[in-house]
Design a protein around this ligand. Structure first.
Ligand code: ZN
Length: 315
């Protein structure tokens, strides 16, 4: 196993909850994500995010930036970084201080990842319409330049943000590299900037073992889950990796040839088994409701022999 994949993260066994609190240092009142149990009695499970979830950055990008969506993600994959905020929490009448992460921080991180992934997808697909939603050649400082604009409303953490990627008076050296009207190169510059911004401070260089465990090499290693997600995304960009969303659970996973997987529709054997069982029950229910074997096979994308077998099992 390459060093990169040995990164582990912990998740509290009883998950997280939202608390309304004031940060002790800033005094700002906000919703904070804190462990469901006081830290002195909380228990944790450890897992290997990069090894087990090869497309986790995409799952994160897809997470609804709501309290519900974030809680669901956190209960499965853990908090994002070393929690710097300390807030007072009422644990069933017992007052305690807890490390916590503000809702606004989560929302910003999800949006940053979502916008970056969307931009990368548009670059790979050479999707001019999608690129044009965020990038515009227009009049800027000193003449025509290329502007990045999220064009978002600013609600629920949506980042309302503009930045000149290049104009005659801003990074003129870049302007020379761009063909007028091109959106792909400017998008890559935007991606480079946002990924680097997020990698900064979240990774450290380490001497680690190669895949065979025989040679030491210089690696970067994440120090937090959010660092791991951006590193995974950075590797997706440099490795031009492809991903698919599990039809059963919605988790993203890598489908590149190097991620040798026998199963290409589901993220895991567990999901494949679950989907199979679900289809079987569905077939039996449809049969009981009077559908023919042919109709059922067509509806479930299966063949008649398989469907007939399932119905026989039930009878
Ligand atoms: Zn799955």
């Amino acid at each position: 196993m390459a060093e990169f994949f040995s990164f582990f993260w912990i998740v509290p066994t009883h998950g997280f909850r939202w608390v309304r609190a004031k940060d002790e240092h800033t005094g700002v009142e906000e919703d904070y994500l804190a462990t469901s149990e006081p830290e002195d009695i909380a228990t944790y499970r450890a897992y290997l995010p990069l090894h087990m979830f090869t497309g986790l950055f995409r799952t994160f990008a897809d997470t609804p930036p709501t309290k519900e969506g974030i809680l669901h993600f956190a209960n499965k994959y853990g908090h994002l970084c070393e929690m710097q905020y300390v807030v007072p929490v009422d644990y069933k009448g017992r007052q305690a201080r807890a490390a916590a992460e503000p809702l606004s921080f989560w929302q910003q991180q999800i949006w940053d990842m979502r916008l970056a992934v969307e931009l990368w997808d548009a670059v790979q697909a050479r999707d001019v319409a999608a690129l044009g939603r965020r990038l515009t050649w227009t009049e800027g400082p000193g003449g025509t330049g290329i502007l990045y604009d999220t064009h978002l409303t600013g609600d629920s953490g949506e980042p309302r943000y503009t930045e000149w990627i290049a104009a005659p008076n801003i990074h003129p050296e870049r302007l020379k590299r761009f063909a007028r009207g091109d959106l792909v190169m400017p998008a890559l510059y935007r991606l480079q900037r946002v990924v680097n911004e997020h990698l900064r401070g979240q990774l450290s260089p380490v001497l680690g073992w190669d895949e065979h465990g025989s040679n030491l090499g210089l690696h970067v290693f994440p120090q937090s889950l959010i660092g791991a997600l951006w590193l995974q995304f950075a590797r997706a960009i440099t490795g031009r990796k492809a991903y698919r969303r599990c039809e059963e659970c919605g988790t993203w996973f890598e489908v590149s040839p190097e991620a040798a997987r026998t199963n290409r529709i589901y993220c895991s054997n567990a999901c494949r088994t679950k989907a199979y069982r679900r289809r079987k029950v569905q077939a039996q229910e449809m049969y009981a409701a009077g559908k023919t074997v042919t109709e059922i096979a067509e509806a479930l994308g299966s063949d008649e022999a398989t469907v007939a077998g399932w119905i026989k099992e039930e009878a």
